[in-house]
Ligand binder design. Structure first.
Ligand code: ZN
Length: 394
């Protein structure tokens, strides 16, 4: 009996300290406005790790409508996003790696007669701010933004206070939120990768129309593919063939790769039309381009056939170059850890450039478009890879 008592006391001390430890940990994380928060997220809060470990990182999760703040790789705050921009518009909320720019506590929009208080610059014209207020004091009631991220007042104040110029911002979407079409093979392991740059994502290339609401979009080019980036703990870095098809082109890094690095173009087999009747009515042939590969599977040869699920190569960071785009800021010819991703395009011609003629303003001059188009890529023979691969209406 005595033994049992001791055991009971030990057990209760253990349980007490254990729950205290949990409480202590939870206390460090402030969760503001819980409307985008659910039980499963609450349960898994200890498993949320940053995509990149830096001293201060904000992660804008556009799938969950949440902003995470990490300090020294530890989750410190979670804030809800009230509204973002509708997808598919040129001004859809940008995805990518950014640095916090200017901060304006009281800010009158240069484009519309509204206050956008607690405004923090995320990328060029795109800010994170309080839900806008008309000059007469009324709140703007639309439930989507013109590209910016809108926060409820409490969150906006908190974010404004926390964000410091130069802090890293990673804006992304998750890959495993929509239903994957069963007749395809995922191009990468969907549970280990995220969308770091969406299709149609705006990238600023000039500043000619900064003050003009109508023409502002001409200062941006749009991403013609989708960038799939491995999580820091990803084990499977293979790129896989989406469907049966014919290898039509293998381009090696340093050849005429136009910044796309090691690339493979595959023509989808006609069996695709059993599943994608509408696309087949519209387009003669459909191709997939896999770019920036670290290495290409040596068994692949032009004109050979490939089955779905076979390995195309390893996801990498080859390509870029001074004449094209860069994500990192460490010089033209080096790669940065931020560059590793699969650039995947679904297109209607077996070429690296835009299937339809297009001219893009890149680094000071107009040239053929690779990976980007002057406006919506769907107008230039590209298909949104996410719409192609996933069942969007549940
Ligand atoms: Zn890309």
């Amino acid at each position: 009996m005595k033994k049992f008592k001791i055991l009971l006391i030990t057990l209760s001390i253990f349980l007490f300290s254990f729950s205290y430890a949990i409480l202590k940990f939870e206390k460090k994380i402030t969760i503001l406005n819980r409307e985008n928060f659910n039980e499963s997220l609450e349960k898994n809060i200890n498993k949320i790790f940053p995509k990149i470990c830096e001293k201060r990182v904000f992660e804008v999760n556009l799938s969950k409508n949440l902003i995470y703040f990490f300090e020294n790789c530890k989750l410190k705050e979670i804030m809800s996003i009230a509204y973002q921009a509708p997808e598919g518009k040129w001004y859809q909320t940008p995805t990518g790696y950014f640095r916090i720019g200017i901060k304006k506590e009281k800010h009158i929009s240069s484009l519309f007669p509204v206050y956008m208080n607690y405004a923090v610059q995320m990328y060029e014209d795109f800010f994170i701010h309080e839900i806008p207020i008309y000059l007469n004091g009324a709140r703007v009631t639309s439930n989507f933004s013109g590209g910016c991220i809108r926060l409820e007042t409490e969150n906006a104040k908190k974010f404004f206070k926390l964000a410091q110029p130069g802090d890293l911002v990673i804006s992304y979407k998750e890959l495993n939120t929509n239903k994957f079409k069963k007749y395809f093979h995922p191009p990468v392991d969907l549970s280990q990768f995220f969308i770091r740059q969406r299709f149609n994502n705006p990238i600023r290339v000039k500043w000619e129309n900064a003050k003009n609401t109508e023409n502002r979009k001409h200062d941006y080019i749009q991403h013609a593919g989708v960038d799939l980036t491995p999580n820091p703990d990803a084990k499977d870095l293979n790129a896989y063939s989406i469907f049966d098809g014919k290898i039509v082109k293998i381009i090696k890094n340093g050849e005429e790769d136009h910044g796309l690095g090691n690339s493979v173009i595959i023509e989808f087999d006609n069996k695709l039309c059993d599943f994608e009747k509408d696309l087949c009515k519209k387009f003669n042939k459909i191709y997939a381009l896999y770019a920036h590969l670290e290495s290409i599977n040596p068994d692949l040869k032009e004109n050979l056939f490939i089955k779905k699920g076979e390995i195309i190569g390893k996801v990498g960071a080859t390509g870029y170059g001074c004449n094209y785009w860069r994500i990192g800021d460490d010089g033209c010819n080096k790669t940065s850890p931020l560059d590793t991703h699969l650039h995947l395009e679904i297109k209607t011609s077996p070429v690296l450039e835009s299937p339809l003629p297009a001219s893009c303003f890149v680094n000071g001059s107009y040239k053929n478009c690779f990976g980007y188009t002057p406006d919506n890529p769907e107008n230039y023979g590209y298909i949104n890879p996410i719409n192609f691969l996933f069942q969007l209406n549940k």
